[in-house]
Design a protein around this ligand. Structure first.
Ligand code: F6R
Length: 602
């Protein structure tokens, strides 16, 4: 959704900012801007386009000054063009702002400021903030007081970086419903939407909470409450992410690197949760009314979670898209409810809203999150981390398979506690889960075959992904991966649904990807595949059963694993297929058009 970064210290600010923006580009990449201060003047360079193009074109690395802020944009208000790119300034040109979020009452504030004679240059909601602070400076001598007064008038979500020429020692950062982290260096300070932005310089971080702002000098920081102005006691966390984890390491794209990191990430997820999972299972064991809420890929993990719970714990959770949950289920949530929220970023606005609603209604909330210290982790009762490390590619890959790993561990621990399934069966399942990194390696070994397949399929217009039972989630996720990075139309659906309508769309040569592990519904899948085949579909099946050879044009032979574990390994070839199709079609898979990594607006 937009990334912001700020720096104050002894280095050339533009170098740190441009480098950081590159790492934040996954959050938005339609425009870029940097402002630095030198000799009491703001130096601003900004424009529409990606950072690599603009770095040269605007000479971003030749800006003077040792303090500054920067922005990479994903447009919400105002089309992506040079004028709407951040930073935005007030009339005097002394205050500059970068913003991630949406100001909901900006029209009414703009109207008021226009009447007072303020001149606006852009169509953005952000510019209002600069003018609002300028206006407040008429009544308050102290910049910080003016800032607080102005910011308290804003409604909506915002993470802000603010620089004021006359306040030479400081930078200001504010958080309300959009992520913001301070980086604590030695004689230098950083702030950014996400940790990888400043990871080359420090791993000491302070997470701001909603309604807090930070006043930062090169040697110090103080965090205060926006409403009261009172100082807050903040903990400095040392995070274990390394720079290496946030770099491509020779892979052409982050997405490919992250696909290949899955064996290691799954291992980390297993070992990272081994000691805590029983305790968490115990704390949720008595809940009968369970909702699992999430968006996008995390929602597909939720679907797998539902099947795991049904089969292993004999509980039937309701899986709901978080954006729907908050409007449709409010009355059904009470203190006897458990809400499991799944979110990679821990900052997805819809998922956070669902968590808040659940908390308000007295429910217990367990979040499964990747980003340590993110908002979801701070407002939930219980947290399980996926331990996947930073995921930079916009399309979720390793965070999905680690979500599935954690959900499997949770369902096993719960089943053990509730004695709903034979201990022997659970032990076998657990042993296979521990082997998952090895099976995922096998699936990664098919990359060349899949690349060749992508070459064959690259001109296709429509794809169908079908699956039954737990493999429905794999079909949905495979289709989502394809849509978002290759821009090919794809539908994921339950194989049983095919003949209730979608079969009408199958004609000669249309690819149907059948996710068909051995298990409860394999025979039914075979019939569904044949129905599609009879209408001319090109059948690409994934499975471990020889029978598939008889009905498929192409079989991707998968390792034999328990059906409930199959989503972890079966998604891998589909991630690779989407990746290679995207590359062959000339797309940048790390930065799909119109999308951003964390969706911090509803
Ligand atoms: C798709 C993708 C998105 C996210 C969704 C939720 O590849 O990444 O669909 O899964 O925006 O994000 P989180 O998990 O951060 O809540």
């Amino acid at each position: 959704m937009c990334g912001i970064i700020g720096y104050i210290g002894e280095r050339k600010a533009c170098n740190v900012i441009v480098d950081g923006l590159k790492r934040l580009e996954y959050r938005g990449y339609d425009s870029v801007g940097v402002v630095t201060e030198a000799d009491g003047k703001l130096h601003i360079k900004k424009g529409a386009g990606k950072i690599d193009e603009l770095k040269e074109k605007l000479s971003l690395l030749e800006m003077p000054g040792k303090r500054g802020i920067g922005h990479t944009r994903w447009a919400t208000h105002g089309i992506p063009n040079d004028v709407n790119a951040h930073p935005h300034t007030d009339c005097s040109g002394e205050i500059a702002i970068v913003h991630n979020g949406i100001i909901e009452n900006y029209l009414e504030l703009k109207e008021e400021l226009l009447q007072k004679g303020h001149k606006f240059k852009s169509d953005t909601d952000t510019e209002v903030i600069a003018h609002l602070i300028e206006d407040a400076l008429k009544d308050f001598k102290n910049f910080e007081d003016a800032l607080r007064y102005a910011l308290l008038r804003l409604k909506g979500s915002f993470a802000l970086g603010i620089i004021y020429t006359r306040d030479k020692e400081h930078l200001y950062f504010v958080r309300n419903e959009s992520p913001l982290v301070l980086g604590i260096g030695d004689g230098e300070m950083f702030a950014a939407s996400d940790i990888p932005a400043f990871l080359p310089y420090t791993n000491k971080v302070v997470f701001l909470d909603d309604g807090e702002y930070a006043v930062v000098t090169k040697n110090s920081f103080v965090v205060k409450d926006l409403k009261t102005g009172k100082i807050k006691d903040k903990k400095v966390h040392e995070i274990s992410w390394t720079l290496e984890m946030a770099e491509k390491q020779g892979f052409p794209h982050f997405m490919l690197k992250e696909i290949h990191e899955q064996p290691k990430a799954i291992k980390e997820a297993i070992y990272g949760n081994a000691e805590v999972i029983d305790q968490v299972a115990r704390e949720i064991a008595n809940y009968e009314k369970i909702f699992i809420v999430a968006m996008g890929t995390s929602y597909h993990a939720a679907i797998v979670g539902k099947y795991l719970f049904q089969r292993l714990t004999k509980k039937a959770p309701v899986v709901e898209d978080a954006s729907e949950f908050r409007y449709e289920f409010e009355d059904l949530v009470d203190e006897n409810t458990l809400v499991i929220a799944i979110t990679q970023s821990g900052e997805t606005a819809d998922t956070l809203a669902a968590i808040r609603l659940a908390k308000k209604r007295g429910a217990k909330v367990l979040s499964i999150v990747n980003v340590v210290g993110s908002m979801a982790t701070r407002i939930s009762d219980l947290v399980l981390y996926t331990h996947a490390g930073p995921e930079i590619g916009v399309a979720a890959t390793k965070t999905y398979t680690t979500q599935l790993t954690v959900l499997t561990m949770l369902a096993i621990a719960l089943a053990r506690h509730l004695k709903t399934v034979d201990e022997e069966y659970l032990r076998e399942l657990e042993a296979q889960l521990y082997e998952m990194p090895k099976y995922v390696e096998v699936a990664l070994g098919y990359e060349n075959k899949i690349k060749a397949l992508a070459e064959e399929l690259k001109e296709k217009r429509d794809f169908f992904y079908i699956g039954r039972s737990v493999s429905l989630a794999t079909a949905l996720e495979g289709a989502l991966k394809l849509k978002e990075i290759s821009y090919i139309h794809a539908e994921g659906l339950s194989a049983g649904e095919l003949k209730h309508g979608p079969l009408a769309l199958i004609e000669d040569g249309v690819p149907v990807v059948a996710v068909a592990p051995s298990g409860k519904t394999f025979d039914k899948m075979m019939s569904n595949i044949q129905e599609a085949k009879a209408r001319g579909a090109l059948i690409i099946s994934l499975g471990d059963n020889e029978e598939l050879e008889k009905v498929s044009d192409i079989v991707i032979k998968m390792p034999k694993v328990n059906e409930v574990l199959s989503p972890i390994v079966y998604i891998v070839p589909l991630q690779l297929l989407a990746y290679h199709l995207a590359v062959l079609r000339g797309n940048d898979p790390d930065k799909p058009r119109n999308l951003a990594k964390s969706v911090t607006v509803e």
